[in-house]
Design a protein around this ligand. Structure first.
Ligand code: IPD
Ligand code: CA
Ligand code: CA
Length: 272
């Protein structure tokens, strides 16, 4: 394991200790901007502070992009992308599905990744060209190739009430796959695609810190990631389609058919 990954795992586990300490306790909940769906707690902030202190001590000249503290630039070719608590809404409700996500980019491309689930003590790691692992054991994407046999997952970005993003696609896949999950931690969902627990994941409105580590895990586990228009993966495209590879084209075809939001609204009577 490189010093990069070793330090990332150390930082992720230190944040995990904070998650465990506060899980199920009364939290100090604030809202980001005016969006009442976008929560932030002291656990997000404390975790990011801890992660940054560990990474910056070891790599003081690197750049850092943290969800809570933004970009700290040193003109480095290395950038750490950090989501200190992915699944804040779950955490705030003591729903046990959240994680830490840390990735290292080199010239903008992920080369080391860790996603850590402190409650289950599951540590997903990957390094470019060296495979993907769960607690040290090699993982691979699933072999499912039929949509009807697939277990999929998605997420709804915080602007869902303004945009209705993804309601149409959610309905399409509920009707065609074996099941669609929506469990509120995009990073963990990506790790689950890498581990073969899910066969595909998509989301519109997703951020770089939700995706950066998961993307490398999926590549190293044999899967495929593009944006939802079929263009090559772009960390800042704010939308993603990640699959075991075998299902990629079928999911892409359905997603790229365009929004049937109008029909959906007509059918289900949602008022704007
Ligand atoms: C959110 C979660 C959620 C996804 C949202 C993300 P946060 O991250 O990953 O599953 O649907 O788009 O913003 O706010 O809990 O770190
Ligand atoms: Ca997140
Ligand atoms: Ca977060």
């Amino acid at each position: 394991m490189s010093l990069f990954l070793k330090t990332a795992v150390q930082a992720a586990k230190a944040a995990g200790t904070i998650h465990q300490k506060f899980y199920g306790k009364t939290l100090n909940i604030q809202f980001k901007g005016r969006n009442s769906l976008n929560l932030v707690t002291q656990v997000d902030k404390l975790s990011e502070k801890k992660i940054l202190s560990i990474l910056q001590k070891q790599f003081p000249t690197h750049d850092f992009l943290g969800e809570e503290s933004g970009l700290q630039e040193n003109n480095s070719v290395y950038t750490w992308v950090i989501d200190p608590l992915d699944g804040t809404t779950n955490f705030a409700h003591a729903y046990p599905f959240f994680c830490v996500s840390i990735a290292l980019l080199h010239h903008g491309q992920p080369i080391a990744a860790v996603i850590y689930d402190a409650l289950r003590d599951e540590c997903f790691t990957a390094e470019k060209g060296k495979g993907a692992f769960l607690n040290g054991k090699r993982i691979h994407v699933s072999k499912i190739s039929q949509l009807g046999k697939s277990l999929l997952c998605t997420g709804f970005a915080y602007m869902v009430r303004e945009t209705n993003y993804n309601l149409d696609n959610f309905a399409k896949f509920v009707l065609t796959s074996q099941g669609v999950r929506r469990d509120g931690s995009a990073a963990m969902n990506l790790a689950y695609v890498a581990a073969g627990r899910l066969d595909g994941f998509w989301e519109r409105g997703i951020q770089a810190w939700d995706m950066a580590a998961g993307v490398l895990l999926i590549w190293e586990a044999g899967g495929k990631v593009t944006d939802m228009t079929g263009s090559p993966y772009d960390l800042f495209a704010q939308n993603t389609l990640a699959t075991n590879g075998k299902l990629h084209s079928v999911l892409f075809k359905i997603l790229s058919k365009g929004s049937d939001e109008k029909n959906w609204l007509k059918r289900y009577g949602k008022k704007k």
